[in-house]
Design a protein. Structure first.
Length: 117
């Protein structure tokens, strides 16, 4: 059973930074895909940043230059460094992961990020 656990969310002032972590219960050395999504109240869940199976990274236009996705394969953990946070970044952030050669995506429970003064 694949499990993902997010952490690192919280309340931060505009312009501040947070780093989210996503611990995965299996190896992430080879993946079909993995990334971060977010869902704000009353809005659909949207992609924030992701790794492809080929090792490339994709970012939503709204976070380019401010957010950085990374991962530590030895720790089976993925990160999202968020800088220059804006109130519109407020949302529940979810990580997801699909093992190599699998079409199944697994999701974490989400972590709340609130950007407010």
């Amino acid at each position: 059973q694949v499990q993902l656990v997010e952490s690192g969310g919280g309340l931060v002032q505009p312009g501040g930074s947070l780093r989210l972590s996503c611990a995965v219960s299996v190896s992430i050395f080879r993946i079909n895909g993995m990334g971060w999504h977010r869902q704000a109240p009353g809005k659909q869940r949207e992609l924030v940043a992701a790794f492809t199976s080929g090792g490339r990274t994709n970012y939503a236009d709204s976070v380019k230059g401010r957010f950085t996705i990374s991962r530590d394969n030895a720790k089976s953990t993925m990160y999202l460094q968020m800088n220059s946070l804006k109130p519109e970044d407020t949302a529940v952030y979810y990580c997801n992961f699909s093992p190599a050669y699998s079409g199944t995506y697994y999701w974490g429970q989400g972590t709340q990020v609130t950007v407010s003064s």
